[in-house]
Design a protein around this ligand. Structure first.
Ligand code: ZN
Length: 171
């Protein structure tokens, strides 16, 4: 178990197409454990292998209902629409409005390489679309409607002294 370095926007690895997993080696099992640790450490709801520099079709998701590991995921059905803010651990501190299907069905292999199917709505549907996009080198910034903005966290909003500017910078 280890925290891996999350690759940031601009790094070429995020724009590559990932390879299908044929055999789930012990090395890839460790990668999956590390991806889960890294996602939780960063307070993310999902992470795709290319975000830690590995070009394999593996994603992990947890929208607050427990970890989901998807190997070779393929979205087989989509319906409806949702528009809302989206962020990414590879574009830290930023967010932007993206329209996604409100309902998706996805097929994938689990950690024992059994074929599974999952349906997701709302945040889970959004996370599945976002993470599957990573496997083909797509980022939410490609789909964003309007501007990518600085994410505002509740802590900032509640901080009454937040407007005080740092005007005494030294080298
Ligand atoms: Zn992302």
């Amino acid at each position: 178990m280890a925290i891996r370095n999350i690759r940031q926007f601009g790094e070429a690895v995020l724009r590559k197409t990932c390879k299908e997993v044929k055999i789930l080696t012990p090395r890839l099992q460790i990668l999956i454990d590390d991806m889960l640790d890294t996602m939780y450490e960063a307070n993310g709801v999902g992470l795709a292998a290319p975000q830690v520099g590995i070009l394999k079709r593996i994603v992990v998701i947890d929208v607050g209902e427990g970890p989901i590991v998807m190997i070779n995921p393929v979205i087989t059905e989509t319906s409806g629409e949702q528009t809302g803010d989206e962020g990414c651990l590879s574009l830290l501190g930023k967010c932007g409005q993206v329209t996604r299907p409100n309902h998706v069905k996805v097929q994938f292999m689990d950690r024992e390489m059994n074929l599974c199917e999952l349906e997701g709505e709302e945040l889970l549907a959004r996370a599945i679309c976002h993470e599957c996009d990573h496997l083909d080198g797509r980022l939410y910034s490609d789909l964003v409607e309007g501007e990518i903005r600085d994410a505002v966290y509740e802590d900032d909003e509640n901080d009454e002294n937040g407007t005080a500017e740092k005007d005494t910078e030294t080298e």
